[in-house]
Design a protein around this ligand. Sequence first.
Ligand code: MG
Length: 371
Amino acid sequence: MTTITKIEIILLSLPFAQPFKIALAVMDSAKHIIIRVHDSDGLVGVGEGVPARFVTGEAPETAFEAAKLYAGLLVGKNPLEIEARLSELERFMLKNPAVRCAFDIALYDLLAKHANLPLYALLGGAKKVIHSNRTIGMDTPEAMAITARRHVENGVTALKVKVGTDRDEDIARIRSIRLSVSPSAPRIRLDANQAWDEITALNILTALEEYDVEVCEQPLPYWDFDGLKRLRARSPIAIMADESIFDAHDAFRLAQMGAVDFFNIKLAKSAGLRGALRINTIGAAAGIQCMLGGMSETRIGVSAGAHLICACSNITLYDLDSPFHFNEDPVAGGVDFQPNGTVTLTDAPGHGADLKPEWIEKSEKAIICDN
Ligand code: MG
């Protein structure tokens, strides 16, 4: 029997190239949990999860400690029985979705390497080129319009625009962006990150109708499922749940209520690929298409997401551009990412990405062994 012999837990710290402002916070760096699962056949599975205090309720420090506890549960066991292993993690300690995501991706990566298949093929998918949106952080309307025009000149076909300060400024942001790019392209998506109340959201979305906005992500606080349902019934712009949806239970409830038009799946919320597949299945059954988004993953997490997209035809919107937050790329292998948002997969076994040795060497880490 194949067993897990060793698990490396790495706390990877990466500064942002420039501060990124959303309604919930201004971010200038990210700390990522990287998990490397070694097995008795000499293979290594690699995963990533990005704890986000204000979304997943995890801080890097708590995530690092939680990872040690989870790793202790896994060593000595068969890593190929993914359902059993992830169920054990889930039952052992609630929540901690970003940490469990890192283990989940590592186990899927390992399984695909045992099958000698790229992850998309293990999941039953076919390789395709993915066109991600590019995300524009909150700034003045003028500065955001300049960024938008630069992206469109680079060939970007969809923009995700962060909003959520006050009504007039938010409307001015979208107006100036739409006017600065050609009216037929690109697609414009909004993300309010829970900033509005129901009345404000309806007011703003009604005012934005003329600017051809594809969808508005999380206009209301994460807990307000009833508000989302009422807003969706009156808004001229489609509504997407992000912070309101973590797992299949949220997906089922939102679908049953008819509360939203889209789900935003993030592996750090769904505790990885297993949870993401469940959400997507509920979405597909309910006629709700999904976006695959992210926190601020390196190309490890983004590679896992890209492989998932290739296996899920109901995931139709792609927000994978987080590697552009960073000046440095600590990852070898995995997807290729171009400034125009084009993501290209490789046929290496698994998702193909791993930390470069020098980053493993210089990062804070813990090693849990089978003994
Ligand atoms: Mg969002």
